[in-house]
Design a binder for this molecule. Sequence first.
Ligand code: AMP
Ligand code: GLY
Length: 423
Amino acid sequence: MKVLLIGSGGREHALAWKIAQSPLLEEFYAAPGNPGIADHATLVSLDVEDHAAVIAFAREKAIDFIVIGPEAPLVAGLADDLRTVGIATFGPSKAAAQLEGSKGFTKDLCARYDIPTGAYQRFKTAEPAKQYVREQGAPIVIKADGLAAGKGVTVAMTEAEALAAIDECFDGAFGAAGAEVVVEAFLDGEEASFFCLSDGKTALALATAQDHKRVGDGDTGPNTGGMGAYSPAPVMTPAMVERTMKEIIEPTISGMAKDGNPFSGVFFAGLMITAKGPELIEYNVRFGDPECQVLMMRLKSDLLPILYATATGTLDKVEAEWRDDAALTVVLASKGYPGAYDKNTPIDHIPDASAEAKVFHAGTALKDGKLVATGGRVLNVTAFGKNVTEAQARAYALADKVEWQNGFCRRDIGWQAVAREKA
Ligand code: AMP
Ligand code: GLY
């Protein structure tokens, strides 16, 4: 199979590493890719916003299958345009990608199909939103409706904070994403991420993971795209997975199909496990980054036929097998992230991978033959262990061998699971 992978982050490096192991693979390209992905695929400098250029490249190379990693091209309808010209594509249509692109869309779907989620209201102006907050009281959650790079959510512990967040959205802090605001009940519990594939009809549960969104140790400081993750998430017991499939995923798949937007791709469900059971916080329509890195480490099966079955409506014909081991990834980020940071700082050394640990590239580039950091989140040091404690020790041992002056990481990734394992 001739495959093109779209994207350039740590998620795509993990996907590329796994796809490259497939015996079905004949030729492998990545656009734009990164220096880590270059170990597995030929990099192509395509502008992925130019759908005609992607199609022309795919035709020139007789590409059989395109895997789209990030959400932006999905929300922009790249998967629709590729499928229209007959190219098998992993990733949902523009209409189905609204599950991530519009929080209001997802909340309305939940309301229509009785999917458990926090009570909510949608608002297009500030005053009625503020009135609703005053009626409901704090804690309460304020969300910009659209894509805001993970920054459009305020979990307000006081009414004043909630009112300020409403003003911030309508004053344009998140651009067009904040033109509509969702005000949502605060859910109390432990968070987990659940990953599941769908071809529009069938669901294939993948694995669970836990992310660390805050920049600082002890879950302090501002939100980021994710500073580390581990899999499996202990809160997701087999019984909780079964309830999630039945109460959340299956009604979503049938509801989306009924509404004329069948979903094909990966569901990344952000869940809150409350006293009542699993409740949906949000859907993303692509693999999590850095959650994908730990999932790919744990996946025993060949990824390529699973993604291809998802894209071609034959998901009922494949299975996914997982290693029992835990996997954990630590994100090395540029000092200053998620605020301003220096770009093009030199990375002097990345240690070699071993059987238990590997460094994925997330925000790197080659400049004059030298590896430099170009993004906020730059490297993902990922390791296995018989439990999270062992995976954590191995990941930090490898992370400490990275030589990069301008890098930092959290030192406590996996702390909740490690505490459980000690208990
Ligand atoms: P989101 O971008 O929707 O995933 O929200 C970002 C983070 O805000 C989540 O990972 C949660 O930690 C928190 N959050 C979002 N919605 C709620 C809610 N209804 N109750 C409590 N926390 C929430
Ligand atoms: N790590 C969170 C995300 O990918 O959205």
